[in-house]
Design a protein around this ligand. Structure first.
Ligand SMILES: C=C1C[C@]23C[C@H]1CC[C@H]2[C@@]12CCC[C@@](C)(C(=O)O1)[C@H]2[C@@H]3C(=O)O
Ligand SMILES: O=C(O)CCC(=O)C(=O)O
Ligand SMILES: [Fe+2]
Length: 348
């Protein structure tokens, strides 16, 4: 039993408060210069045969392992349906998230993330790496949001906590199932079974307020997610998420149904797959009239775990290892300092 958590991994890389506090979206009428991005290539994507949408995988398909492995390899992102989680759970998390983001700014700043912490209200962690700020506010939860919820709603915090904890439990079970399929694809011989890891997760509530100038603002700047995988729910199926596709440029993810979930490969799974699965670059556009909320659940091995590229013993001789061994904690620390340059630092 270890006590290390994601909180521990970020402790040594504090951010300045100026990079954590979002602007007051409730009072702002115009996009200030600090949030104006000069060149966003915001052209609508039309999906057709030449421009296909990301794969949609039915979790009860008998070929699920093959389909998922193939989607991880060719896209690094896919949508899942038939995951067994009822719509009502997404609705209740969305409504609690909206309840939080609708609070006056003076209330929200009471639960702002500490400069060396993970849990709480604030901008995205990647903020300091860009010269412009994002049109976004978030609330990150690792395990229980109890202390923060008590601060916001001294007499009425229980519902928020129950809903968030329950959702994380559901996401953890689903993530584990997805990881099992993916590891089975990578190593059918089960040499490294899923049982060689303990896992942890974090829930990120994302809010993208209505933006007076959506063609010159970005909800989230281009990034990859760090852990094994991310499960994303876009509430009301509002689009906004785009991925960078080699031959297509920025491509919108077309919503499929209200309960479809988007799953993307993160950096640690990229390393574990010896570079076979790309951790896909993605960004978020904003809208003039729709306040978009999304729920992102990040799932990965416990921070002391060692990640080493998997190659099955039968092709051990022929395969060149692309990355050195790295602990999750070391990786997150390097990424917190260097963002995407981290890959060149661990490449063999
Ligand atoms: C468990 C995680 C995953 C984190 C860091 C930590 C808590 C918050 C997550 C996000 C959420 C927003 C995008 C991202 C890129 C960010 O800036 O903060 C994510 C990041 C990552 O995937 O690296
Ligand atoms: O809101 C979205 O669609 C994407 C969110 C995201 O990329 C993240 O939280 O890492
Ligand atoms: Fe992301």
């Amino acid at each position: 039993m270890t006590t290390s958590t994601l909180e521990e991994a970020y402790k040594e890389n504090p951010l300045s408060l100026q990079h954590i506090l979002p602007i007051d979206f409730q009072s702002i009428q115009e996009v200030p210069n600090s949030h104006l991005w000069p060149n966003i290539n915001n052209v609508p994507t039309s999906h057709n045969d030449k421009n296909p949408n990301v794969p949609i995988i039915d979790l009860i398909d008998p070929n699920v392992v093959e389909l998922m492995g193939h989607a991880c390899k060719t896209w690094g992102i896919f949508q899942v349906v038939n995951h067994g989680i009822s719509l009502k759970y997404f609705d209740e998390v969305e409504s609690q998230a909206r309840r939080l983001f609708a609070l006056p700014t003076e209330q929200k700043v009471k639960v702002v993330r500490s400069t060396n912490g993970v849990t709480g209200y604030g901008t995205a962690r990647i903020t300091p790496f860009f010269s412009k700020f994002m049109w976004h506010e978030g609330f990150t939860i690792v395990d229980s949001p109890l202390d923060h919820a008590k601060e916001l709603w001294p007499n009425d915090y229980k519902k928020f906590c129950d809903v968030m904890e329950n959702y994380q439990t559901k996401m953890k079970v689903l993530s584990f199932q997805l990881c099992m399929f993916i590891l089975n694809y990578l190593q059918p011989s089960h040499e490294h079974s899923i049982n060689s890891f303990e896992f942890e997760g974090a829930l990120q509530l994302n809010s993208y307020p209505c933006c007076p100038n959506p063609y010159h603002a970005l909800g989230l700047a281009p990034h990859t997610d760090s852990l094994f995988l991310t499960i994303l729910h876009q509430t009301n199926n509002t689009k906004g998420l785009q991925i960078l596709k080699k031959d297509q440029g920025w491509t919108s993810i077309a919503p499929v149904s209200n309960d479809a979930l988007i799953v993307n490969v993160g950096d640690l799974l990229h390393i574990l797959s010896n570079g076979e699965f790309p951790s896909v670059y993605h960004r978020v556009l904003v809208d003039q009239t729709k306040h978009r909320v999304s729920l992102a659940y990040f799932f990965g091995p416990q921070v002391e775990s060692i990640i080493s590229p998997l190659v099955s013993s039968q092709d051990n001789d022929g395969v060149v290892l692309k990355y050195r061994n790295v602990t999750v904690k070391e990786y997150l620390g390097l990424k917190a300092k260097h963002l995407e340059k981290v890959f060149s630092m661990i490449r063999i």
